[in-house]
Design a protein around this ligand. Structure first.
Ligand code: CMX
Ligand code: CO
Length: 135
């Protein structure tokens, strides 16, 4: 298990266009790309900041994970994502340590990356994503 970078901080938003405009206006940062990820039920915009990204997430529907989060909490911080070299090895390690995983095996996320989530009730009330960036 080796975390190599804080890949992104994800923020749930109700209106992706408005959120992108807000970050551009206040912080002078712009999305590198924008993508619908059907399997995760989101449209996402990735805004580079140094070696990491701000990931803005707009739900595709009310019954998606981010849709339910918005309904319950309103807009705000949704998860943090750590980059790993080998996501299978990282998940094996977490499983061995009794970690409460949402995904025991990786799924496909944005950028063609393999991703997996750790349950927010596992540690410090924080939803954690592991991401293996394709080389
Ligand atoms: N951060 C912290 N806590 C969260 C949370 C979040 N993002 N989402 C839910 N929770 C809390 C809930 O408030 C609830 O707390 P209580 O038990 O105290 O009420 C608890 O976790 C469990 O919630 P639940 O109602 O049982 O389950 P949900 O249907 O809300 O699902 C979760 C929660 C985390 C399993 C689900 O959102 C999930 O599988 N997330 C991972 C996938 C995802 O979020 N994809 C979108 C991101 C796309 C991307 O980054 O590429
Ligand atoms: Co993410």
């Amino acid at each position: 298990m080796k975390l190599i970078n804080l890949d992104h901080v994800a923020i749930a938003v109700a209106d992706l266009d408005a959120a992108i405009a807000g970050y551009s206006d206040r912080y002078r940062i712009e999305p590198l790309y924008r993508e619908v990820v059907e399997s995760q039920g989101v449209e996402e915009a990735m805004i580079p900041v140094g070696g990491s990204f701000v990931q803005l997430l707009q739900p595709l529907g009310a019954e998606t994970p981010v849709g339910k989060f918005l309904e319950r909490n309103g807009e705000g911080l949704h998860h943090v994502a750590f980059a790993v070299v080998d996501i299978e090895a990282a998940l094996d390690h977490l499983d061995e340590t009794g970690t409460r995983l949402i995904d025991r095996h990786p799924r496909l996320g944005g950028r063609g990356a393999r991703i997996a989530f750790v349950h927010p009730k596992d540690l410090a009330g924080t939803l954690v994503e592991l991401v293996e960036i394709p080389s």
